[in-house]
Design a binder for this molecule. Structure first.
Ligand SMILES: [Zn+2]
Length: 304
């Protein structure tokens, strides 16, 4: 497979980062507790996987600009131009607890290959890193996930929400490689702006700027039928609206207590339900997407 880069559209995501960072926990200790052990089943101390992580960390270090630091946090390789303290903060307080929470609710298959997360703290560092890694023409985006390399490159000057967005893609790729694009982007976008539950075991999406466009189009009566949205092209000229619909559908499902059920049902049935339309109707108790649409629109209406 060639490089499959996932992109994050630019938006007022500085706000998201602030939200993500401070909205966390009733208790930071609860968010951290046991998180590292929950990411992977127990590994023997000489596990080849750990060795692969160490080798990849060395190889990655050689690819990066001189002032970058690379550390191993199995199954992740973390690299950044930031200080060692900042990297440790991201590892302990964001990457590990976010991965743990996502694995509690959605992802049953743990990573069997290392996932590399490269975090640039400034536009200049991002541009240098992206250029050095050969991602031509991608500098305008806040984050890139390269499927072939299982590698995220993030511009953290756009907010820490970018980290949760791209981390969701990386872990979803392991667990549900054929996830429909609209759901893949909806779930990743949901976590851009989210908070941990009191026990640290769940990530709960919050309203964010993407919902504005949805409400605007709803008021105008110009939202596309759900059937068209789910079966149509996600990227392209309608991408901003599609992100808004996808994220809002995930937020709606989460508030209805059905997001986990929907993830698991669509994963189990992806061969016969590749767009996940049937799974969506099924977990909400509707015959078809028209019923889902009515309920979704009533939910949007309440948020006017
Ligand atoms: Zn994305």
């Amino acid at each position: 497979m060639g490089e499959h880069a996932r992109i994050l559209l630019l938006g007022p995501i500085v706000l998201i980062g602030l939200c993500y960072a401070v909205a966390a926990p009733g208790s930071l200790d609860a968010v951290r507790a046991g998180a590292e052990r929950a990411i992977l089943p127990p590994l023997p101390s000489d596990a080849p996987f750990q060795q692969r992580c160490a080798t990849l960390a060395d190889d990655t270090r050689r690819l990066l600009p001189d002032d970058w630091t690379v550390v191993v946090a199995v199954p992740f390789i973390l690299g950044s131009n930031a200080t060692a303290e900042e990297i440790e903060h991201w590892r302990r307080d964001i990457v590990i607890p976010t991965a743990r929470a996502l694995q509690v609710d959605y992802f049953d298959t743990p990573p069997s290959e290392p996932i590399t997360i490269l975090i640039a703290t400034t536009d200049a560092a991002y541009e240098e890193c992206v250029t050095q890694l050969g991602h031509q023409g991608r500098k305008e985006y806040a984050g890139i996930y390269s499927r072939a390399d299982r590698r995220l490159v993030l511009n953290l000057s756009t907010g820490e929400g970018t980290l949760a967005h791209e981390l969701t893609h990386a872990l979803a790729h392991v667990d549900f490689p054929d996830m429909p694009e609209w759901f893949d982007e909806g779930l990743a976008s949901l976590h851009e702006d989210s908070e941990f539950s009191e026990d640290g075991l769940q990530l709960i999406g919050l309203q964010n700027w993407r919902g504005e466009l949805l409400r605007e189009r709803f008021q105008q009566g110009t939202l596309p039928p759900l059937e068209n949205f789910i079966t149509g092209e996600f990227s392209g000229p309608q991408a901003a609206l599609n992100y808004a619909i996808a994220r809002s559908l995930c937020l709606f499902l989460q508030q209805r207590g059905r997001l986990t059920a929907f993830y698991r049902k669509s994963r189990a049935n992806h061969e016969i339900d590749p767009t996940a339309g049937w799974s969506l109707a099924a977990v909400l108790g509707h015959e078809d997407l028209v019923g889902v649409e009515e309920e979704f629109h009533a939910w949007i209406q309440k948020r006017q």
